[in-house]
Write a protein that binds this ligand. Sequence first.
Ligand SMILES: *[C@@H]1O[C@H](CO)[C@@H](O)[C@H](O)[C@H]1NC(C)=O
Ligand SMILES: *[C@@H]1O[C@H](CO)[C@@H](O)[C@H](O)[C@H]1NC(C)=O
Ligand SMILES: *[C@@H]1O[C@H](CO)[C@@H](O)[C@H](O)[C@H]1NC(C)=O
Ligand SMILES: *[C@@H]1O[C@H](CO)[C@@H](O)[C@H](O)[C@H]1NC(C)=O
Ligand SMILES: *[C@@H]1O[C@H](CO)[C@@H](O)[C@H](O)[C@H]1NC(C)=O
Ligand SMILES: *[C@@H]1O[C@H](CO)[C@@H](O)[C@H](O)[C@H]1NC(C)=O
Ligand SMILES: *[C@@H]1O[C@H](CO)[C@@H](O)[C@H](O)[C@H]1NC(C)=O
Ligand SMILES: *[C@@H]1O[C@H](CO)[C@@H](O)[C@H](O)[C@H]1NC(C)=O
Ligand SMILES: *[C@@H]1O[C@H](CO)[C@@H](O)[C@H](O)[C@H]1NC(C)=O
Ligand SMILES: *[C@@H]1O[C@H](CO)[C@@H](O)[C@H](O)[C@H]1NC(C)=O
Length: 471
Amino acid sequence: MAITLTALAGLAFTVANPVPYGSSQSSCDTIYHGYQCQDDISHYWGQYSPYFSVPSDISDAVPHGCEITFAQILSRHGARDPTASKTKSYNGTIQKIHANVKNFTGIYAFLADYEYTLGADQLTTFGQQELVNSGIKYYNRYEQLTNRHAPFVRSSGEARVVESAQNWTQGFHAAKLADRRSGRKDAAYPYPIVVIPETDGENNTLNHGLCNTFENGPDDDIASDAQAKWTAVFIAPIRARLNAALPGANLTTTDTVSLMDLCPFNTVASPNGTVSAFCSLFTEAEWHQYGYYETLNKYYGYSYGNPLGPTQGVGFSNELIARLTSKPVDDESSSNHTLDSDPATFALGRRLYADFSHDNDMTAIFSALGLYNGTGPLPNTTVVEAPQANGYSAAWTVPFAARAYFEKMQCRGQKQELVRVIIDDRVLPLKQCGGDRLGRCTLDAFVDSLGFARSDGDWDQCFVGNYTSSA
Ligand SMILES: *[C@@H]1O[C@H](CO)[C@@H](O)[C@H](O)[C@H]1NC(C)=O
Ligand SMILES: *[C@@H]1O[C@H](CO)[C@@H](O)[C@H](O)[C@H]1NC(C)=O
Ligand SMILES: *[C@@H]1O[C@H](CO)[C@@H](O)[C@H](O)[C@H]1NC(C)=O
Ligand SMILES: *[C@@H]1O[C@H](CO)[C@@H](O)[C@H](O)[C@H]1NC(C)=O
Ligand SMILES: *[C@@H]1O[C@H](CO)[C@@H](O)[C@H](O)[C@H]1NC(C)=O
Ligand SMILES: *[C@@H]1O[C@H](CO)[C@@H](O)[C@H](O)[C@H]1NC(C)=O
Ligand SMILES: *[C@@H]1O[C@H](CO)[C@@H](O)[C@H](O)[C@H]1NC(C)=O
Ligand SMILES: *[C@@H]1O[C@H](CO)[C@@H](O)[C@H](O)[C@H]1NC(C)=O
Ligand SMILES: *[C@@H]1O[C@H](CO)[C@@H](O)[C@H](O)[C@H]1NC(C)=O
Ligand SMILES: *[C@@H]1O[C@H](CO)[C@@H](O)[C@H](O)[C@H]1NC(C)=O
């Protein structure tokens, strides 16, 4: 039986009130559609966009006559403060401006009193709320399973990722307690979370780090080279404008990019996602250029633009195949055989799975699965928008609180289960396995299309050459 849109809307209404997290919720960040504040710019902040529903040519509703039998979510952590090194450098840019600029006028006036107070690395309150919302949305989307089954949860070890996993289970749990059909009970909560450390040498399919050639060899520079080429094109006019408006500032190219970064980071530092004053220093076209700058980083760092990018996602892909087919993991890349052969740390035969990771790792996993494969190499000198890039951009794939759903469904008149992949609410067409007009492939065809992962990608290239830990 299909979960209809009407049923979903009804459930949304019934769970909204009992959830004790509502107060910091702004009206333009919603459980079902994500962040919609000033969407003409905020959907172009690359991986620093807060999650939003990406336009989909194919409806993401459960097709008539079908019942979902399996739902794996792979999620990025929620919005966070800048990383430690970035926060230091952003603060440096602000200190430099304050030391050298005497007169702030017009849209720059706010800078006179702007104090740099962003922290480092941790989820913001807004970011925690995104994951609570994601748990509620997932619960309701898969209500026919979630009212009866608990999710099997794993997280990569960094604090913000583990906290994201916790916040997601909190949202899931709150929705379950509000659901009449679950009996408003949830005895399995708190659900165990298998935390896989990010320490050096750890086989962790939710965090890269083992592949020496990739981590320490020349492949490591491709993304920054690509970004430098693009920066040379788009930043110069922006930098000149800012330096003219802020006499004495003498901003470098890096300072200029930093001031753009401060728009999303100050936005997600606000508990309700109020769009920061930094955002209005730049035009809509400039935000498209910026979004593309971030896309180049992911594409040339962890996707098809990097010879060993897709290989970093092989371990998780093989684990996904194991879960989809209820067969032991067959992988000789980054999976941990000890974890994956123990039902306590890698259960097979479950209906609901939830994994929490990072943008880079998710990018590699999507690529190892052959998703978004088919557009030519992205150019370094001109913007290609997501709709023209096979649906690919950093903002459409790995925003803060990004979520991919891997679904199986049993449909009337169909012997085999069908597989569908939905990334940030956009149903992928899955042409590589003969996807039908609803984006579905048979399980066999889907698994057949994953030859790259099943043969461990180019993992054998990871240990040629002398690239051991130059870092
Ligand atoms: C967010 O909070 C601020 C300060 O509390 C308030 O002024 C603003 O109206 C709120 N914005 C939204 C979209 O709710
Ligand atoms: C500040 O800049 C504005 C506009 O550029 C100018 O009109 C004004 O005289 C300046 N004030 C000072 C104190 O320099
Ligand atoms: C920013 O830098 C100033 C000057 O070095 C320092 O005093 C301040 O603590 C820094 N602020 C943050 C939030 O890091
Ligand atoms: C997210 O989870 C953490 C850890 O359990 C908790 O302290 C925090 O209150 C949660 N955030 C929200 C918005 O519920
Ligand atoms: C694999 O997992 C086990 C159990 O958590 C752990 O003791 C071991 O160190 C891990 N090995 C690697 C190489 O990650
Ligand atoms: C973009 O730059 C990267 C890094 O130098 C390079 O590998 C790639 O081939 C360039 N892309 C195109 C389309 O020229
Ligand atoms: C501006 O900064 C550059 C370094 O980025 C420096 O070489 C130059 O002297 C500075 N100009 C002024 C006027 O401070
Ligand atoms: C960890 O990964 C390496 C590289 O693929 C592999 O040789 C090793 O057996 C793995 N260790 C475990 C515990 O699975
Ligand atoms: C991507 O497409 C190319 C060309 O068709 C193919 O050779 C490659 O194996 C594909 N990559 C993956 C990961 O499926
Ligand atoms: C590998 O590189 C390191 C430092 O980069 C060097 O000390 C070492 O001798 C090299 N090993 C081989 C086998 O070339």
